[in-house]
Write a protein that binds this ligand. Sequence first.
Ligand SMILES: Nc1ncnc2c1ncn2[C@@H]1O[C@H](COP(=O)(O)OP(=O)(O)OP(=O)(O)O)[C@@H](O)[C@H]1O
Ligand SMILES: [Mg+2]
Length: 314
Amino acid sequence: MSIIEKAASRIDQQRQNAAATPAAVIVADPQEPITPDAGYVPARPPAPAAPAVSLEAAPAVAPAVAPPSGRQSTRRIELDLARMRELGMVTAAGGRTNLLEEFRIIKRPLLKRAFIERGPKDNPGNLIMVTSSLPGEGKTYSAINLAMSIAMELDHTVLLVDADVARPSVLRTLGLPAQRGLMDILLDDKLDLADVMLRTNVDTLSILPAGTSTPRATELLASSTMTAMVHELAHRYPDRVIIFDSPPLMLTSESRVLASHMGQIIVVVEAQTTTQHAVKEALQQLEGMANVNLLYNKTRDIPGIEETYDYHYG
Ligand SMILES: Nc1ncnc2c1ncn2[C@@H]1O[C@H](COP(=O)(O)OP(=O)(O)OP(=O)(O)O)[C@@H](O)[C@H]1O
Ligand SMILES: [Mg+2]
């Protein structure tokens, strides 16, 4: 039985056991059968968007996430946390407690693997990519929520990289205008991370926007400059987690190139929409990569349960 079929049968099971449904579950391995007592966490659909937020001058405080050059970014954005909460996202100020709990569960194994001892040839575990088979499955939404959730940890700082360079959406989703970013650094060797990295009003969270769109994106992501930059990002701060919001695997070659730098990969699977074939194809593209995880997202049509995450790793 496929993962999707297993998940579907679990939803049926949950319908039957609605009263006794547990809060959340982690299934340890996609190859393992999904246990009948496994449950889903309900998550509310997003509310209408609030007004956009503004850019601000940098305050005097030192950033929790400094760029690898050691030079501090002077650019700062103000995340509208109230708006994020209204959109149903994780914020330190509360909001969807179910979603908070879901991401608490999702991030645990990722954090555990992020900082374990690695072989010399292994990619750093603190480089985590969020991708999917097809567009619209929830990569950006999941990447932002995961970043916020890890930023709320006492021991970690987070850099959220918009690596969906063809269709950047991290800043747009946050209600902010596009900015220079990753592509600009790779295109212009005079530019440094400090010139484009954005500090935020969440002290432990910084954002690296996608930057200027270029037809050379795949080559740039495969370049030695990118390899050096990613290495520096991973190693400069031992407590830092870097999350890459990425393009879908089946439509572009950029995601495969990005995956080759990563220590952990999350494949978001949209419930009841993504076909088995699409999931299989996506996983085939990641063959040989370590720590590929599936995140089952947007479960709908369950009475009393509107949106859901579930997480499979192996
Ligand atoms: N678990 C969820 N709960 C509520 N809304 C969600 C959830 N996951 C995704 N969405 C919504 O679904 C839509 C698509 O999500 P998102 O933009 O994250 O997808 P994507 O995979 O990044 O798309 P693209 O491939 O275009 O970059 C957005 O409106 C987002 O707010
Ligand atoms: Mg996206």
